[in-house]
Design a protein around this ligand. Structure first.
Ligand SMILES: Nc1ncnc2c1ncn2[C@@H]1O[C@H](COP(=O)(O)OP(=O)(O)OP(=O)(O)O)[C@@H](O)[C@H]1O
Length: 276
């Protein structure tokens, strides 16, 4: 590995290969995010009409190269393995198309839609505006409660397969819009569809910190992380988190002991914050 290359910003080599028959017209990959750990590209590299998400973990210049390569390789391999397991068991996650842990990349299904966080906040913001003036008018929370249920089901399904996510937030869940109904040719019937912004399938993403575990404790911590993230990202909907837990209970046979454990985890969290 040439150390001089690590400070530049080259895409992974795999994106510079040409796989299409007439690759000249293939659009270049788009850099979607540049996080602490890695980058995510959207690319039609694999097939022209099916976009892929390419996760790339470039070498870290501040880490020992041998150690760095080993770590990256192990993490990507484990992320791919967990995703494949979820996929096999019917949990809604991106399909893995290809992975080269040694080269630091994984190619997976591109999930259309936006993070659940964005949709919840958009919906709450809109409701807030409507509430102005008339006091005491109950707003219909059904669509939001519905979405919370789908979140709880997704986490329940995940835990059922023996996987804990490790970083559950509403940013690490995509809301994939339902396909347009067959009759609707141009799919531009958006006007009176405000209630529909919360529709769609919850797809879990970012399994970089996921592990295989069947322990109540690990599962409870997974829920706790989500609960805390939810409270800080959507303070106005905090009490709706109960719906997440209720549907988690319905979706997952072993939920009740996890939820008991969750009480302990919360207690520890409170003690810790009191000690400051
Ligand atoms: N399969 C996918 N389809 C569409 N968008 C995706 C997909 N995977 C990730 N994204 C988008 O890219 C962002 C970053 O992806 P992800 O969180 O997996 O990368 P990461 O490098 O592990 O990020 P982080 O530093 O937050 O852990 C996501 O928030 C999401 O918006």
């Amino acid at each position: 590995m040439a150390p001089t290359e690590t400070h530049q910003f080259p895409p992974p080599k795999v994106l510079t290969y040409h796989h299409h028959q007439s690759s000249s017209s293939s659009p270049p990959p788009t850099l979607i995010t540049q996080g602490a750990e890695g980058r995510l590209y959207k690319t039609t590299h694999l097939t022209r009409d099916r976009p892929c998400a390419l996760k790339y973990r470039p070498p870290k210049p501040y880490r020992h190269p041998v150690l760095d390569a080993r770590l990256t390789k192990a993490r990507l391999a484990s992320e791919a393995k967990v995703l494949e397991r979820c996929r096999r068991e019917g949990v809604s996650v991106p399909a893995v198309y290809a992975v080269d842990p040694a080269a630091g990349w994984m190619m997976m299904e591109w999930i259309e839609g936006v993070p659940v966080r964005v949709r919840i906040n958009a919906w709450l913001g809109e409701r807030c505006g409507e509430e102005d003036g008339e006091e005491g008018e109950e707003m219909d929370e059904t669509p939001l409660v519905d979405l919370m249920k789908r979140v709880g089901e997704a986490v329940g399904a995940l835990h059922r397969t023996g996987v804990v996510h490790g970083d559950l937030t509403t940013s690490n869940m995509m809301l994939r819009p339902p396909p347009p109904p067959p009759g609707q040719v141009n799919g531009r019937e958006e006007e009176d569809n405000k209630a529909k912004v919360l529709e769609g399938e919850v797809v879990l993403i970012d399994f970089g910190l996921a592990t295989q575990s069947m322990s109540d404790e690990d599962r409870a911590v997974d829920l706790y992380v989500l609960e805390r993230a939810f409270a800080s990202t959507h303070p106005r909907a905090e009490r709706l988190f109960a719906s997440v837990l209720a549907s988690y209970r319905d979706a997952f046979k072993k939920a009740s002991s996890v939820l008991v454990k969750l009480e302990d985890v919360r207690m520890r969290g409170r003690k810790r914050s009191m000690l400051g």
